[in-house]
Design a protein around this ligand. Sequence first.
Ligand code: URA
Length: 210
Amino acid sequence: MKDHLTIVDHPLVQHKLTLMRDVGTSTAVFRQLLREISHLLAYEVTRELKMTTREIETPLTKMNAPVLDGPKLALVSILRAGNGLLDGMLDLIPSARVGFVGLYRDEETLKPVQYYCKLPSGLNRRLVIAVDPMLATGNSSAAAIDLIKEQGATDIRFLCLLAAPEGVARMKEAHPDVPVVTAALDEKLNEVGYIMPGLGDAGDRMFGTK
Ligand code: URA
């Protein structure tokens, strides 16, 4: 990917995102929409995967047909909201290796605190796609990418649903080599670090915890 920031402005993505933003959307529908959007975002973020060919036989003849090349890619979910994007990604890429990074945001400092990290082996050979629906301050995302790089990854992408300009700038400063793919770039963060206009707390909305 050439650009640091890619906004997926496909009409289906934008329509589904509007439904997700709506405060009247139920938990069940929110989760279903997130799964559907993650299919469309997965399509975009994997557009440049390496390909090779394999000889197969159709019912009529032999052919060299395209297949994905290289080691299985790795998906890393930034807990807990990342799991909402992860499920849909795995629908499309079922053989991906999966890692989890647990970070929570200290509500006073807005700084990330790590409580869990389990990553697949061989990250130096894999494309790694880190997923978290909300790129807000960028502090947790940048910290998660630090952990992924510490395990040797060099080819990393960050996939989110909504990004704030502050988060995009933070990621660009900390990890200029990591392209960010999002469905929308919102206006700003509010005083407590929520994306405006946003969709509220993604974890609460997908798991019904509020
Ligand atoms: N995390 C969320 O879930 N929502 C925001 O708006 C910001 C961070």
